[in-house]
Write a new protein. Sequence first.
Length: 264
Amino acid sequence: MSTASEWRATRNVAARARLERALPARFPAPVLQHALARPLIPPTPRLAVESYWRAHLLRADRLARALATRSGHPEGWTWRLGTGKDSGLAATFRLPPSPFREPAHARGKGHCCICGQPVYRFGWHRDLWDAGAPNKNARWHAACVTAWKLWVAPSDQVKALKARQRHRCAASGKRLFKTAEVDHRVPLYRVWREHRDAPWPTLLDYWGAPNLQVVNRVVHVEKCGQEANERALSRRAARAAVTPGEPHGDARGEDDPHPDLSPR
């Protein structure tokens, strides 16, 4: 046995013992099974839960959006952009709207700042332990953390998204190459322009798996070029429609006030 293998075996014996000592009487069986099958066993229940959701990315995405649907569209909330550090508002439409991170709609400790639902032990989304109250020290579900990472940086999850498509380009049907890229089927600038008044849980679908696809780079470049042309035509049409003396642009913020260089 190599030195690395010996170290892993010794480490896993200690980690498993520590995990089993900390396990409550009730614990999600799939999470425990996943933890014990890992090359490096997570030593605490909380780490076991986090590891489980990282390994089940698309399941976490579905759950987070379902929990948001349970919370519903906050009364009086509208999707806005901002730059203030304490406003809870995103600076760009490329980030998903998150009303429960805004002070006016935050539900406080023990509630997830992403979906708005109660958070229980180990970042779980259900009260398996009959505590009767959420964990006041928690502000995220472990599943929502994983989903949020997918929503804000889908390119980091290209491996899982490729597997979902059986390694076929979503646009051409051809085999995906190593250079394949993640794309939003409905580009986010169109979500901001055309769908910003939709209910908040519906909006999240545009950042989640329903709106994500992996396409070969040549297809992606062509699609981005078409979208850039569409945006340019839209801006020229808006300028042409403005009467003298009026400011250019949509009063509701048609263009991203803090755009990046990506035409998507």
